[in-house]
Ligand binder design. Structure first.
Ligand SMILES: CO[C@H](O)c1c[n+]2c([nH]1)[C@H](O)[C@@H](O)[C@H](O)[C@H]2CO
Length: 452
C-alpha cells in the first residue's frame, strides 16, 4: 500500500466472541443445558476433556470485559446469546434471569459507546430441542423463530444489527457429517437435512424480524476461496465441487433461492428432493451478510469422503496454530467474488484472526503487568485488514471488521489449546492482559485504519 489506506466513513471496528466459548456458568440462574454442555461432558469429545463450565467466566465478569473493550477503543462488539439461558427447554417458558443477563450486557455496551452485534445462534442448541430431533426436525424453523422473536421483542432498538446463524456450514459439516462438533453425528443423509432446516430456520427468523424489528438482520457464513492445485481436469472439477460445498451451499439458497447443482454430486443418493416452497421461506431480503474469513484452500482431487477434494499445504507459507495458511489476498478475491455473484448486499467481516503460539501464561504475571508479544498475529491482522481495503477499493461494500477474538477462549473440541484472543486470558486466575496485537489494533481503530 503506497499511502495510508482510507476506510469509508462509518466503517465499524470491533471484535467478536460467542456465548459458549467465553461465558462459563452454563446452567446458572435457571439456564438449561445445550448440546455443547452435553458434548463436552461426554468423555473423549474434547481435548483434555475441556468444557465450557468456566471458560473466561464472562457470565460473571461481563462488566469488566465491557470496560476492557472500551479501553481498547472498540466501536462494536459481536457476541452470541445462549438460547438455553433464555428458553431453557428451547421453546415456551422464558427464563427472565437469562434474558436479563443479555439486556444488562447490551445496556453496558451502549453506555460505553459500543454497538452490539447480536448473533442468535452460535452452535449451542438447547439440549431439550436436540431430544426432539434438533436441526433434523422440520419444526426447528418454528422453534428458532419463536426464540428469535423473544429476543427481538426484548432488545430490538438497543440492538440494531442482528445475525440469525453463525456458519451453517460448520454446524452441519462438523455436527452432522464428520461428528467433530456437537451433536457429534456422522451421517451423509442427515447433513443435507440439517443444513436445509438451518436455512429454513434462518428464513423464518428473518421473516419474523420483518414483523417485529425495525433495524438490520443478516446471516454469517464461513467461506474460503478455493484455488485449483493444478490445471488438471480432476483438480479443477474437485475445486469447483469444494467451492460449491463450502461457499455456495448456504449463500445460494439465502440470496438466490436455490442450491448449487454440484451438491447432488457431493451427496449422491443422500441428496433429498426439496419442497419448492422451502426456498420462498429461505430466501429473505438481507440487510447484510457477515463473512468469517481465515484462510484459503489450494484444492486437489483426492479420495476424501464425501467431497473427494482436499487442501494442499503450501511449502513456503506461514501457518497458524490451527493449520490455516496466512493468505490475505484470498480475502480480497473472496469479497470480489461475493459482489460479482450476489450483487451489492453490504458485507461485514464478522470474524478474522489467527491462533498463534503466545508466551505461556507464566510470562504474564498475576496482575497482568506482563507483556504478551504476538508479532505474527499482528502481521496476520495487518495483512488481512489491508486486503479488505483492497476489496473496498475494488468496489465491494464492506461496512466493518470484527476481529476474532476479543479474548482467548474455548476453541470447541480443541478446548483451551488454541489462543485466538487479542487479549490473553490466564485461565487459572482469569486475569486479562491485552497482547501487543490489541494495542496495535487500538491504534488502527483510533486512526480509522490509516496507521495500518
Ligand atoms: C473453519 O473456520 C471457520 O471459519 C471458523 C473459525 N472460527 C469459527 N469459524 C467460529 O465461528 C468460532 O466460534 C471459532 O472460535 C473460530 C476460530 O476457529
Amino acid at each position: 500500500m503506497s499511502q495510508a489506506p482510507v476506510f469509508p466513513d462509518g466503517f465499524l471496528w470491533g471484535a467478536a466472541t460467542a456465548a459458549h466459548q467465553i461465558e462459563g456458568s452454563p446452567l446458572a440462574d435457571g439456564a438449561g443445558p445445550s448440546i455443547w454442555t452435553r458434548f463436552a461432558h461426554t468423555p473423549g469429545m474434547t481435548l483434555n476433556g475441556d468444557t465450557g463450565d468456566v471458560a473466561c467466566d464472562h457470565y460473571r465478569r461481563w462488566k469488566d470485559d465491557v470496560k476492557l473493550m472500551r479501553d481498547l477503543g472498540l466501536q462494536a462488539y459481536r457476541f452470541s446469546v445462549a438460547w438455553a439461558r433464555v428458553l431453557p427447554e428451547g421453546t415456551g417458558r422464558i427464563n427472565q434471569a437469562g434474558l436479563d443477563f443479555y439486556s444488562r450486557l447490551v445496556d453496558e455496551l451502549l453506555a460505553n459507546g459500543i454497538e452490539p452485534l447480536l448473533t442468535l445462534y452460535h452452535w449451542d442448541l438447547p439440549a431439550a430441542l436436540d431430544d426432539r430431533g434438533g436441526w433434523l426436525n422440520r419444526d426447528s424453523a418454528d422453534w428458532f423463530a419463536e426464540y428469535a422473536s423473544v429476543m427481538y421483542k426484548a432488545l430490538d432498538g438497543r440492538v440494531k444489527k442482528w445475525v440469525t446463524l453463525n456458519e451453517p456450514w460448520v454446524i452441519t459439516d462438523g455436527g452432522y457429517l464428520h461428528g467433530a462438533l456437537a451433536p457429534g453425528h456422522r451421517s451423509l443423509f442427515e447433513a443435507p437435512i440439517a443444513s436445509h432446516n438451518l436455512m429454513r430456520a434462518h428464513g423464518a427468523a428473518v421473516r419474523a424480524y420483518r414483523e417485529i424489528g425495525a433495524h438490520e438482520i443478516g446471516l454469517v457464513v464461513n467461506i474460503e476461496p478455493k484455488y485449483a492445485a493444478s490445471d488438471s481436469e480432476a483438480d479443477r472439477v474437485a475445486t469447483r465441487r469444494a467451492h460449491a460445498y463450502m461457499n455456495e451451499q448456504y449463500l445460494h439458497p439465502a440470496l438466490l433461492g436455490r442450491y448449487p447443482e454440484e451438491l447432488e454430486d457431493v451427496f449422491g443418493a443422500a441428496w433429498p428432493e426439496w419442497p419448492k416452497q422451502d426456498f420462498e421461506l429461505i430466501r429473505q431480503k438481507l440487510d447484510f451478510v457477515g463473512i468469517n474469513y481465515y484462510t484459503r484452500g489450494v484444492t486437489e482431487a483426492n479420495d476424501s469422503y464425501p467431497l473427494k477434494a482436499g487442501s494442499v499445504r503450501q511449502p513456503l507459507a506461514t501457518y497458524s496454530e490451527t493449520g490455516w495458511e496466512f493468505y490475505p489476498k484470498g480475502l480480497t478475491d473472496l469479497l470480489v467474488w461475493f459482489k460479482q455473484t450476489y450483487g451489492d448486499t453490504p458485507v461485514y467481516i464478522t470474524e478474522n484472526g489467527a491462533a498463534m503460539y503466545d508466551p505461556p501464561a507464566a510470562e504474564v504475571d498475576a496482575d497482568g503487568r506482563g507483556r504478551v508479544r504476538d508479532p505474527l498475529r499482528t502481521a496476520y491482522l495487518r495483512q488481512h485488514i489491508g486486503a479488505i481495503h483492497d476489496a473496498i477499493q475494488a468496489g465491494v461494500d464492506v461496512r466493518g471488521y470484527m476481529l476474532w477474538s476479543l479474548l482467548d477462549n474455548l476453541e470447541w473440541s480443541l478446548g483451551y489449546s488454541k489462543r485466538f484472543g487479542m487479549v490473553h486470558v490466564n485461565y487459572a486466575t482469569q486475569q486479562r492482559t491485552p497482547k501487543d496485537s490489541a494495542h496495535w489494533y487500538s491504534g488502527v481503530i483510533r486512526s480509522h485504519g490509516r496507521s495500518l
